[in-house]
Design a protein around this ligand. Structure first.
Ligand code: ATP
Length: 453
């Protein structure tokens, strides 16, 4: 049985150390969460799976890690300072604040059902900063609300350092900050979150082909790298396009409350490079861009064959890493009836994504002979450099198995009294609960096969 509500996941996350409420001991802070020992591992494994697919498996995408604090002009010309706002409405009866475009029924309060609702007003989503000793509290910089813009402004830097012919891309994983009106759905909508975005620069006449290519590639990643079944995912094209977009669609995952966005794939034409380039009038810019008087660099591409100099189009893939983790946990969350009438909770994660790769468990607590062997196995497994390995020395094997099922550890290795006689241990598999005895010498190879298999 899968998780019925997001609250099932919230409870597991807190109990087992995946995610905690930010600033919890002071009453929390809306839209901020802290990732605990297993949450950081799962996030890291999802990031690695993405980096692997976007950078290491290809020869046409470069990596970047830009600053999270940035010059105000960047957000003026990107259009965020003037236009990055959501329609805020307030219920006059209960005081709830909502995004009008996300309300179940825009004429009724989501919280109390009242129809007494204010007119929508634009609400600035960027978090302003006051940087420097002389700033005096005035906003002179912003925390970035997305990674994308910090990629566009580095287009020339990356291209000069790593020359590429079109098409080529730049990928980033990093924090983004938005002053969301109503953070909700646990880590689904936060004020501080993490994005994994890739901007692919293409010749203007090839944009439609690459838009389709990236849609297919990203959907394949959700199924193949994250192990989400295809029937829990779908594409939803945007009905209303932003003024700069030629095409846009979301990849949605089926959460307990229905399908919702986890990633976007967008054809942004020449809007971004065209907005930030110097000497805009030298180029034929198709998108409607603001006149830029401050940029100091031409963000154009010179075709080595034809000598033509132009502003490339951008195909963008934009994923939320926290939403990916939520989807992965929800998909893996399984409550099972056992033959003895009891039940167990097990997180059936892809072994590569599991926060702990293997646990070594001596059957009894503090028995030096058993602990020595277990420690040697633990050290052998650590040398594989496959991620986190744990040694449990509590002597409560049932409790240990239960804990590792709940955090998704693919395999446990149990050392018992028979081990002292014949150097064999029990390998216990998470999903089937199958147990088999193998030689200590064969443990590293067996664990590797489970993790990579
Ligand atoms: P939404 O419509 O849900 O506000 P968006 O269309 O503004 O999202 P993008 O700007 O395209 O989102 O960002 C790309 C991805 O970043 C989204 O698909 C989502 O996974 C993630 N994301 C966006 N906003 C948040 C948030 N407040 N908290 C967590 N993840 C987010």
């Amino acid at each position: 049985m899968p998780a019925k509500t997001i609250n099932d996941i919230v409870a597991l996350c807190k109990r087992r150390g995946f995610i905690f409420t930010g600033s919890e001991i002071y009453g929390g802070l809306g839209g901020a969460y802290d990732y605990g020992p297993y949450g950081v591992e799962l996030m890291r494994n999802i990031r690695d799976a993405w980096w692997n697919a976007m950078i290491y498996s290809r020869n046409d995408v470069e990596g970047l890690d830009a600053a999270q604090i940035s010059n105000r002009l960047m957000w003026k010309y990107s259009g965020h300072e003037g236009g990055f706002s959501d329609p805020l409405v307030e219920c006059k009866k209960c005081g709830a604040r909502m995004r009008q475009d996300k309300m179940a029924d825009p004429t009724k309060c989501d919280n109390c059902g009242s129809a007494d609702i204010t007119e929508p007003r634009a609400y600035q989503l960027m978090m302003g900063l006051s940087i420097g000793a002389m700033a005096d509290g005035a906003v002179n910089a912003y925390l970035r609300p997305e990674t994308a813009t910090t990629t566009y402004v580095n287009f020339k830097n990356v291209l000069d350092a790593r020359p590429h012919k079109l098409p080529f891309g730049i990928a980033q994983i990093g924090k983004a900050f938005r002053n969301e009106i109503s953070p909700r759905g646990f880590v689904f909508r936060m004020r501080e979150f993490e994005q994994a975005e890739m901007q692919y620069f293409v010749r203007p006449d090839t944009d439609e082909k690459y838009f389709e290519m990236w849609k297919a590639a990203r959907m394949a990643w959700w199924t193949d790298a994250l192990g989400i079944p295809a029937e829990k995912l779908r594409f939803t094209p945007h009905e209303k396009l932003a003024h700069y977009a030629k095409a846009a669609c979301d990849i949605e995952y089926e959460f307990p409350d229905g399908f919702d966005e986890v990633e976007g794939v967008h054809n942004r034409q020449d809007f971004d490079l065209g907005s930030h380039t110097k000497a805009q009038s030298e180029f034929k810019i198709n998108a409607n861009v603001m006149e830029n008087k401050d940029s100091t660099v031409k963000l154009s591409y010179s075709d080595p064959q034809t000598g033509e100099n132009f502003i490339p189009y951008v195909i963008e893939t934009a994923m939320g890493v926290n939403r990916a983790m939520l989807a992965v946990m929800h998909n893996a969350y399984t409550e099972e009836e056992l033959p003895d009438g009891k039940s167990r909770l097990v997180l059936k994660l892809r072994p590569k994504l599991a926060p702990v790769k293997a646990a070594v468990i001596p059957l009894a607590r503090n028995v030096p002979e058993l602990l020595d062997i277990a420690t040697n196995i633990e050290n052998d497994l650590r040398r594989l450099a496959i991620g986190r390995i744990e040694l449990e020395n509590s002597g409560n094997i049932g409790k240990n198995y239960r804990r590792h099922d709940e955090i998704g550890t693919p395999v446990c290795i149990t050392v018992d009294h028979q081990t002292l006689e014949d150097s064999t241990v029990t390998l216990r598999l998470r999903d089937t609960m199958e147990q088999r005895r193998i030689n200590i010498a064969d443990v590293p190879a067996a664990v590797l096969e489970i993790i990579n298999g």
